[in-house]
Design a protein around this ligand. Structure first.
Ligand SMILES: [Zn+2]
Length: 147
């Protein structure tokens, strides 16, 4: 069984369980799928965030791409992790060394809420965590730079 994230034109999102991707396509073609909220039959798959699962025997079919063919689970996890970093880099604003200050401003609503990235020292990071500011440390491979 595989789970797909589905969405109707009205923006309702729900999960659908299918025996295979082919079964989903077949049910969709025969008009057997409809939104549980509004009954609309124009159901589309929504891409879910890649799930990183190093121990898994095989990645889920929807996450598989040609670059993953024949790779072991660890190599696949690295590819997925790299994609996640791309996602973070694309969607966050780089504030560099001003990170601790900016994270605090957002937390205390003195700056517009948004996703930011940057650097913080060990002490600065701990201080932010102590204050309850939601920050996360992400290990970045050496070839990538956060700024
Ligand atoms: Zn709907």
């Amino acid at each position: 069984m595989i789970v797909f994230d589905l969405q109707c034109p009205g923006g309702h999102r729900f999960e659908g369980w299918f025996g295979s991707a082919r079964e989903f396509a077949s049910q969709k073609k025969r008009g057997l799928l409809s939104c549980p909220n509004c009954g609309n039959g124009a159901i589309e798959r929504v891409l879910s965030a890649p799930r990183i699962n190093v121990g898994a025997a095989a990645p889920s079919p929807q996450a598989k791409t040609p670059e993953m063919e024949g790779k072991d689970p660890f190599a696949i996890a690295q590819i997925l992790y790299s994609r996640m970093l791309d996602e973070i880099f694309t969607r966050s604003e780089d504030v560099g060394k001003a990170f601790p200050e900016e994270a605090r401003k957002i937390f205390y609503e003195q700056a517009p809420a948004r996703a930011i990235r940057g650097q913080a020292s060990e002490e600065e990071h701990d201080a932010l965590v102590d204050e309850g500011v939601p920050v996360a440390r992400i290990p970045v491979p050496p070839r990538r730079q956060l700024n």
